[in-house]
Ligand binder design. Structure first.
Ligand code: DGY
Length: 320
């Protein structure tokens, strides 16, 4: 039987590529080159399936140009904001994602961002690397302790829940806003807020874990930042588009925010030079799920979805 032809758009872990090569007629990208839009369209027109990452954008225009052969976009990501789901559905293209498997890794990075921001991790690291650590006193590099503070979560899905569990380990009180209130066994005593505004008012640390949608673009902006307690800390490991970065810079400069820990930006790769110029930020280059274990698990999950699809079974993680 002919194997379906599969484009793996970025370089994946060896075990994932080996399994894919066993079961599919694979087109790999060993140099890990980023496709231009035209290259992505041309490559997708020649295959039955594509396994992309969030770096490959499937806008309505791209989807319209894909032609009849491509049947499934099996994402190697939990986020699907890089795919126009309505356009894919209209074109009869199935779309899947990789939930669950990256929750632990992303929660670890959220906690790293929180602590790095609260305890001035980047500032201290930069000082030593620059050979400028020539002083110590009890008044030196004093940060904010998170113990006992209120940890606000926007988006209490899988990643939000695991991050809240980790924050509980620091003695933090958990507050959250979510589309639906969680059942008791998942809520674990966290305080539900039925509006973002109510959550913001009590969030000493605010951590974003919701998917990016056209409706919540820029939800953290001048108005909403003003609702946070004085000297709060913002953590974003979800998507850069959730934050109005100009308003964030202003809040970090004014001291309204004590600090921010960010793994995601509006412009990726690259980030925001105005944010990077500030001392009170702890920054990472979108590596929330970048562990060996999680990258394997994401790749296998994407392949599980493809296997189900080509076996005529509904893929478990179908989002369109
Ligand atoms: C995701 O899975 O959405 C992560 O941001 C990595 O792409």
């Amino acid at each position: 039987m002919t194997k379906p032809k599969l484009l793996i758009a970025r370089k994946l872990r060896p075990a994932v590529e080996a399994r894919a090569a066993r079961d599919y007629d694979v087109v790999l990208n060993p140099e890990d080159r980023v496709f231009s839009e035209a290259e992505l369209i041309a490559a997708c027109r020649e295959v039955d399936a594509v396994l992309p990452c969030h770096s490959e954008r499937f806008s309505a225009g791209v989807i319209a140009a894909l032609g009849p052969r491509l049947k499934i976009i099996a994402n190697h990501s939990v986020g699907t904001d890089h795919v126009d789901l309505a356009a894919a559905k209209a074109a009869g293209i199935v779309v899947t994602n990789t939930p669950d498997v990256l929750s632990d890794a992303t929660a670890e990075i959220a906690i790293l961002c929180m602590l790095g921001a609260a305890r001035r991790g980047a500032e201290g690291d930069a000082m030593i690397r620059a050979g400028k650590w020539d002083f110590w006193s009890p008044a030196f590099m004093v940060g904010r302790q998170v113990t006992g503070r209120r940890f606000g979560v926007i988006g209490m899905g899988r990643v939000g829940q695991v991050t809240a569990d980790r924050a509980r380990g620091f003695g933090m009180q958990i507050h959250y806003h979510n589309r639906r209130r969680l059942p008791d066994h998942l809520e674990k005593g966290a305080v539900f807020h039925d509006s973002v505004e109510s959550l913001l008012a009590v969030s000493d640390v605010l951590s974003l874990h919701c998917p990016a949608t056209p409706e919540n673009t820029g939800m953290i902006n001048e108005r909403t930042l003003a609702l946070l307690p004085e000297r709060a800390i913002l953590v974003n490991t979800a998507r850069g588009g959730l934050v109005d970065e100009a308003a964030l810079v202003a809040a970090l400069k004014s001291g309204k925010l004590f600090a921010a820990g960010l793994d995601v930006f509006r412009t990726e790769p690259g980030g925001n030079p105005e944010i990077a110029a500030l001392p009170n930020v702890f920054l990472l280059p979108h590596i929330g799920s970048a562990t060996e274990e999680t990258r394997d698990a994401m790749g296998f999950r994407a392949l599980d979805n493809l296997d189900a699809f080509f076996a005529g079974i509904a893929p478990g993680d179908r989002v369109a």
